[in-house]
Ligand binder design. Structure first.
Ligand SMILES: [Zn+2]
Length: 447
């Protein structure tokens, strides 16, 4: 048995659409590519890359020759050279969304797309997968249909040595509305409850502080206690792309997401990327943030000055209160600019240590997705990957593929990559990571 077989066979961070490989798209598009509405892909690709793609031609030539296939891949697979940019990633992802929509809305055969994904995972030797997916529009009927179909296929996909579970991704800006719909789904299709074990927050995180979800988390907690048999746990993408704010705020967001109730954090690069590396990524990176964020940071620091000080973080109460006073006189949207000094960078390192220790204490795991972080998370090189810092800490850690099809990297390749770069033997790595299934959702439900 391979040393890392538990890690290679358990996938806890994967988005349904992102599981489709370029070859899957070519097959799914073979007979219909001239009928698909590609406008979403064409416009977002043009916006992100400055080139207007011709999807029909990409399919025609991709299906005809190896050279065409390679060109198709270049337009779909998100590579290192595409640059750490979420908009560019989304543009490539939109290719699969256009195709999926045609299969769902015109052919009403979206189950076939899902089965293709499940079958690939079974072939790869995965034993346990938690899939997550987001429905793009606010239409309740379509939202319910989309998630019902997904949950049903994943339920049917379970066989003796393969278990699939489903997490419903909610829009960050309308979490409670989405949550109500999930409750509606449960009431209407109770047979799906065992398969739907959690909720997820993904997509752009900038502009969506976890603080805003406190009432959502409170409601979820109350419902979970009232009806433990259908309790839902939360996976939360945070600290992945955070150029809109200071490093202190990015670290705080990770802490707050865990504190309000998320059970696993997606990426949390902000907790493991060295601050000096983080600020060197762009000129002036992380120096400016809205006054409202700075104020939230000051409130946070004052509230837990003692805990922070235990990790060597200096909290100067008097000075912070005065700064807060001044900030309250201005507008929350105003930009506050604070350049970094070596001392401040060192303080951020200590904040990272503090929050990593807090996550360990709370039993909240980080889902780290190596390739995704290098290609869209702005991690500049393998040696700078936040994983190494996580491994040195006590935090619970799982490895995920995120979007294996879009990155052309299955989970086993991600685990191999970690083993090759971690600077520790495979057995030691396997021991440090332990069985990722201990972080699977649904365990708090009464059996
Ligand atoms: Zn993700």
């Amino acid at each position: 048995m391979k040393a890392l077989h538990l890690q290679e066979s358990c996938e806890l961070h994967v988005h349904v659409g992102g599981c489709l490989y370029a070859d899957d798209l070519l097959e799914l598009g073979r007979d219909i590519y001239t009928e698909v509405d590609w406008s979403l892909f064409v416009s977002s690709y043009e916006r992100a890359f400055g080139v207007r793609p011709d999807p029909e031609r990409l399919f025609r030539e991709g299906l005809r020759s190896e050279k065409g296939r390679e060109c198709f891949r270049r337009h779909y697979v998100y590579r290192q050279e595409d640059g750490g940019d979420f908009g560019r990633f989304q543009a490539k992802f939109d290719l699969l969304i256009c195709l999926y929509r045609y299969w769902a809305q015109h052919l009403h055969r979206e189950e076939e797309v899902l089965w293709r994904i499940v079958e690939r995972h079974r072939r790869e030797g995965l034993k346990y997968v938690e899939y997550r997916a987001m429905f793009g529009s606010g239409d309740p009927e379509h939202f319910l249909h989309f998630h019902r179909t997904n949950a049903r296929v994943f339920q049917q996909a379970c066989v003796r040595d393969f278990t699939a579970r489903y997490l419903i991704s909610l829009p960050r800006g309308a979490a409670l509305e989405g949550y109500e719909l999930v409750q509606h789904l449960f009431a209407e299709s109770p047979e799906l409850i065992p398969s739907v074990v959690g909720l997820d927050f993904c997509f752009f995180e900038e502009g969506h502080p976890p603080e805003k979800l406190r009432s959502f988390f409170a409601r979820l907690e109350a419902d979970n206690q009232r009806r433990p048999e259908q309790a839902l746990e939360v996976a939360y993408h945070v600290g992945e792309v955070f150029f809109d704010k200071s490093l202190e705020s990015a670290v705080r967001w990770c802490h707050q997401a865990a504190r309000w109730g998320a059970r696993r954090l997606g990426h949390a690069i902000a907790l493991g990327l060295d601050p000096e590396v983080a600020v060197a990524r762009r000129p002036g990176a992380h120096e400016a943030e809205p006054a409202g964020e700075r104020l939230a940071q000051i409130t946070y620091d004052l509230e837990q000055a003692r805990e922070l000080e235990a990790f060597g973080v200096e909290v100067e109460g008097g000075r912070l209160r005065q700064e807060a006073e001044e900030l309250r006189g201005g507008s929350a949207g105003e930009s506050v600019c604070r350049p970094y000094t070596p001392q401040r960078l060192e303080q951020v390192r200590r904040r990272q240590d503090f929050v990593l220790a807090e996550l360990a204490r709370l039993g909240v795991a980080i889902e780290s997705c190596p390739t995704s972080n290098l290609r869209i998370g702005g991690v500049p090189s393998p040696s700078r990957h936040p994983l190494w810092r996580f491994l040195r800490s006590e935090v619970g850690l799982v490895i995920g593929a995120d979007d294996p099809g879009v990155f052309d990297q299955p989970l086993a390749a991600e685990v191999d990559w970690v083993a090759a770069h971690a600077g520790m033997g495979k057995r030691a790595l396997a021991r440090r990571l332990g069985d990722p299934r201990r972080f699977r959702f649904g365990q708090q439900r009464p059996s």
